[in-house]
Design a protein. Structure first.
Length: 190
């Protein structure tokens, strides 16, 4: 069973597009060489300003952002703040050599899914990508199922009043999904 789950996630990784932002050229090149065998596509940026520009250009394609914190021109946290203004649900992972509590608190405040201290093992990073992306994936799947149920309800001849009630319930459902997503992210950060 473990192997099937592992293979299933490896298959899912091959479908992901990652934005990887790192100013250290040695670290960046080493991880890029690994990422090209794991992910569908890796968009690479050399600093926060470059990362933000590449996110703006490719935001509909990017599934996960992996970034360093301390970089020239725009640090990772400020870059994530701006990225979250474009797509609040994007999964973001910070990798850093600094264990400063303020960075950690700031990153949590701005919706960072995971915070990994350097040096780290690739399998640890991949597990964090899995947690970050899969919570988003499950929310999307629940939303699709909700739409399917709503469509089936329409097929069975719901009245206008019933449809209004369904729309109100849909708002409540979406609020519950958002809360559920936030709880998953908080649990993943532990």
């Amino acid at each position: 069973m473990e192997n099937n789950t592992n293979n299933s996630f490896k298959d899912k990784l091959k479908e992901l597009t990652i934005l990887y932002v790192e100013d250290d050229s040695v670290i960046r090149e080493n991880l890029i060489s690994c990422f090209k065998h794991i992910f569908k596509k890796t968009i690479v940026a050399i600093d926060g300003q470059d990362g933000l520009a590449k996110f703006k250009t490719n935001h509909k394609k990017i599934d996960v952002v992996i970034t360093d914190i301390n970089m020239p021109y725009l640090n990772g946290i400020d870059m994530i703040k701006q990225i979250k203004n474009i797509n609040p649900k994007i999964a973001c992972i910070i990798t850093t050599a600094y264990s400063d509590k303020q960075y950690l608190l700031d990153s949590v405040d701005f919706g960072v899914n995971h915070y990994i201290l350097k040096p780290f093992k690739l399998d640890i990073l991949l597990k964090e990508v899995e947690k970050s992306y899969m919570s988003k994936f499950y929310i999307q799947e629940l939303t699709k199922k909700n739409r399917q149920i709503e469509q089936l309800s329409k097929l069975f001849g719901s009245s206008k009043e019933q449809m209004k009630e369904l729309k109100n319930e849909d708002k409540e459902y979406n609020a519950k999904l958002t809360l559920f997503s936030e709880i998953i992210q908080l649990l993943d950060r532990r």
